[in-house]
Design a protein around this ligand. Structure first.
Ligand code: CDP
Length: 215
């Protein structure tokens, strides 16, 4: 079986950065499952559909997307990496992700990422639903303020406008929706290592997780 390392956690916990670092260090592939929910949100927006529209299930099932080595994401061969990261797309993704039929439509596509020599899978339910048998599971958390601060810096660095107060509120709302939904709620798998990164640098988090993976 292909070794899979799952990294779950709320928005802004640093999962994405850590997943990329670990994947590069191990020579493994990488699944950014949030991007699949964001792509579904973007494609639905482009089609003028509301988050509850039934057509979204088909959109999720037939997404024509591609990820390249530099971290670019393509939808119907158009580079959508930038649109994908906006807060609006994230908020719609979180509403769409609360629908069980959408999650089901994306399930096999996510499992297909598990190819030799291995996979680092980043998301909300990687350890609980998508790869329940993964030998190494991590749940990365941080306080809402720390996560909003990281997201704020990331947005500004990428040339987006942002308000810190609005971000804290958005992060709280998104957490609430992700943790309380009836299907695949955000929570650590029973056998996951839980790391609170509020007071840790990204290098310290990487060192902690690297030790765990080597054990
Ligand atoms: O970058 P950020 O952590 O804010 O979000 P993301 O990982 O790109 O995911 C966007 C949204 O998709 C999240 O708010 C979740 O509601 C949803 N999602 C999910 O339900 N399950 C996953 N495995 C990944 C994302």
């Amino acid at each position: 079986m292909v070794p899979v390392i799952t990294i779950d956690g709320p928005s802004g916990s640093g999962k994405g950065t850590i997943a990329r670092r670990l994947a590069a260090r191990l020579g493994y592939g990488m699944l950014d499952s949030g991007a699949l929910y964001r792509l579904t949100a973007l494609a639905s927006q482009q089609a003028g559909l509301a988050p509850q529209a039934p057509e979204i299930i088909d959109i999720a099932r037939h997404l024509a997307c591609r990820f390249d080595e530099e971290g670019n994401v393509f939808l119907n061969e158009e580079n959508v990496s930038r649109e994908l990261r906006t807060e609006t797309t994230g908020a719609i993704a979180s509403q769409i992700a609360a629908r069980p039929e959408v999650r089901e439509a994306l399930l096999q596509r996510q499992r297909d990422f598990a190819q030799a020599p291995g996979l680092v899978a980043d998301g909300r339910d990687m350890g609980t639903v998508v790869f329940p048998d993964a030998p190494a599971k991590i749940f990365l958390d941080a306080s809402a303020e720390v996560r909003a601060d990281r997201r704020y810096k990331q947005l500004i660095e990428n040339g987006f406008d942002a308000s810190f107060t609005a971000l804290v509120e958005e992060i709280r709302q998104r957490d609430e929706r992700d943790r309380n939904r009836s299907v695949a709620p955000l929570r650590p798998a029973e056998d996951a290592l839980v790391v609170d990164s509020s007071d840790l640098s990204i290098d310290e988090v990487e060192a902690t997780l690297w030790r765990y993976i080597q054990d």
